[in-house]
Design a protein around this ligand. Sequence first.
Ligand SMILES: *Cc1c(COP(=O)(O)O)cnc(C)c1O
Length: 364
Amino acid sequence: MPTAPETGGIVTIDTAALVENWRTLGARHGAPTAAVVKADAYGLGADLVVPALAAAGCRHFFVAHLAEALAIRARLPRAWLAVLNGPLPGTEAEFAEHEILPVLNSLDDLARWSALAHARGQALPAILHLDTGMARLGLPPRETRTLLAEPERLAGIPLHYVMTHLAAAEHRESPLNQTQRARFAERAAAFPGIPTSFANSSGIFLGPAFRSALARPGIALYGGNPTPDLPNPMRPVVRLHARVLQIREIPPGTPVGYEATWRARRETRIATACVGYADGWPRALSNRGAAFFDGTALPLVGRVSMDLVTFDATDCPGLAANDWLELIGPQMPIDTLATLAGTNAYEILTSLGPRYTRQVRTQA
Ligand SMILES: *Cc1c(COP(=O)(O)O)cnc(C)c1O
């Protein structure tokens, strides 16, 4: 069991499983595979995740913000780092200074990056993002046509990759997958000799037609199921334990928690644990979730509070104050938890709060 006297919740990262997941994804992709480590490696802690993947041979890392890239750059001076959200106006020089690749999402991004290359008299590499059906980021079709008509806009910008992003890859049957594949094949062909970057986690499982020179998985590295209609092919990476602060016996009829949404029907033992919605433990789990101790389920009763949560421990007489309850782990996978909370594994992981102690799991 974890030990950390100052903490109410412990996130444990299995870096061996993380590395194995990266290798599994690479084997499925059959081509180079990056790691998406935005949002502090989906809440797990980029300072734990990035060195582990780099040591295993991962050479490409994507984040969303420049600040995230700079934090990694400070630890890995040579890593290939790309910023998905692109260069905010005024940040271009900092990208160049730290050799961080911007993903160029518009002709405007491209113009500012090209202007900097011109001003420095230096080729400045980048990644070009084409929107093929998500209408979120990337050059819309009209801007792509403009660029192809005026290729001098790319002067001074060696492109490492032309990329696009799938909108519905986790839904294998969605016709959008084939639409985006066809559009990307056609538009990327207009940039001859430039490698492509296509699939996210779920896209890797759509088959060889979705292969590219660089896949960009995120959630599956961290144990999320990239094939929601099939058993999870990934190994779990994250565990979350919460400390029990107090245990009390209450008589039948006693209300528990804010707004008295739950009442004991029998003599009940209530265990109050040290995690709440401020830690990213979803309030939507009120009267729905569960914790586990020694294989026994403890139903979550009452509302989730900001810093606390209450469980019915009546069937778990061995539980005592300062024991650790499993909130995420073999008995409660992140996808199951997400379904209970009415969200997805991405939101569960990226909500894991800053008050947790994060530690690497060293033994099986
Ligand atoms: C977040 C993101 C990814 C990773 O997606 P997963 O579904 O987590 O594998 C890949 N590409 C882009 C552009 C993204 O924004």
